[in-house]
Design a protein around this ligand. Structure first.
Ligand code: ADP
Ligand code: MG
Ligand code: MG
Length: 248
């Protein structure tokens, strides 16, 4: 399970996260919702270990292991997956090579053997069939000329290959159209099970029609001000964040 306690973090000396307490038990999918600028992306960056984000207090553990002390690639080997982890375009690097390198790095960290090109292709084809993805996506450069929907598909393929125990998906700024929403939600829903949890970060309720969360948390000004069941997302949709602010 992911357990965050009293997490405080700043960027450029400006405190953004002001004491986050959050638990996502194994097997559950939780959503974090909140208005623009509330710190949603900051939370996911801090958990991923992005440079420039300084943790000033608190802890975050995955299955009892301190993740904040780890390098980003160690976090991936520990079972954490960040959907925006590799958003870059890499002309000249084939997508298959890229995905295999990412998978083998994680496998190595887990003490598993590396997959050769043939073994990888077999596995990738299985996953791609399950996700209704065209195989030619493996042959192209990483994200080069990919549409928004294709980039999403590629991220979901990465997730399906890496088989993380905890996925964090920050969808706020990606302007997902309905097809991309379905790609993301089908991918997450296919992973759901007793050994997988996810934190789905979103500004809009819409995504949560497709990924029905076990719990919803509202983040405002760097703090979680309210938690509830999936109905909380509907309430927010109807009444807006101001209603929570007034009550908090
Ligand atoms: P959200 O994802 O909820 O929209 P963010 O985590 O992106 O919120 O931003 C939270 C706050 O941090 C905002 O007030 C934003 O202006 C500020 N912020 C984000 N990045 C930086 C940065 N690099 N330097 C200073 N302030 C930042
Ligand atoms: Mg934002
Ligand atoms: Mg954001």
């Amino acid at each position: 399970m992911l357990r965050i306690e009293g997490l405080t973090a700043e960027i450029d000396g400006k405190e953004i996260l002001k004491g986050i307490d959050l638990e996502v038990p194994t097997g559950e999918v939780h959503a974090i919702m909140g208005p623009n600028g509330s710190g949603k992306s900051t939370l996911s960056y801090v958990l991923s270990g992005r440079e420039g984000y300084e943790v000033t207090a608190g802890t975050a553990t995955l299955n009892g292991v301190d993740i904040l002390a780890m390098e980003p690639e160690e976090r991936a080997a520990a079972g954490l997956f960040l959907a925006f982890q590799y958003p870059v375009e890499l002309p000249g690097v084939g997508n298959a090579t890229f995905l295999r390198t990412a998978l083998n790095a994680v496998r190595k960290g887990r003490g598993e053997s590396e997959l050769d090109a043939m073994q990888f292709l077999k596995l990738a084809r299985q996953r791609m069939t399950a996700l209704s993805m065209p195989e030619d996506m493996l042959k192209r450069g990483v994200n080069v000329g990919f549409s928004g929907g294709e980039k999403k598909r590629n991220e979901i393929l990465q997730m399906a290959l890496l088989q993380p125990s905890m996925a964090i998906l920050d969808e706020t700024d990606s302007g997902l159209d309905i097809d991309a929403l379905k790609i993301v939600s089908d991918g997450v829903n296919a992973m759901r099970g007793p050994n997988f949890s996810a934190l789905v970060i979103t500004h809009y309720q819409r995504l949560l029609d497709y990924i029905v969360p076990d719990r919803v948390h509202v983040l405002m000004a760097g703090r979680i001000v309210k938690s509830g069941g999936p109905e909380l997302a509907k309430e927010l949709e109807a009444q807006g964040y101001a209603s929570v602010q007034a009550a908090a």
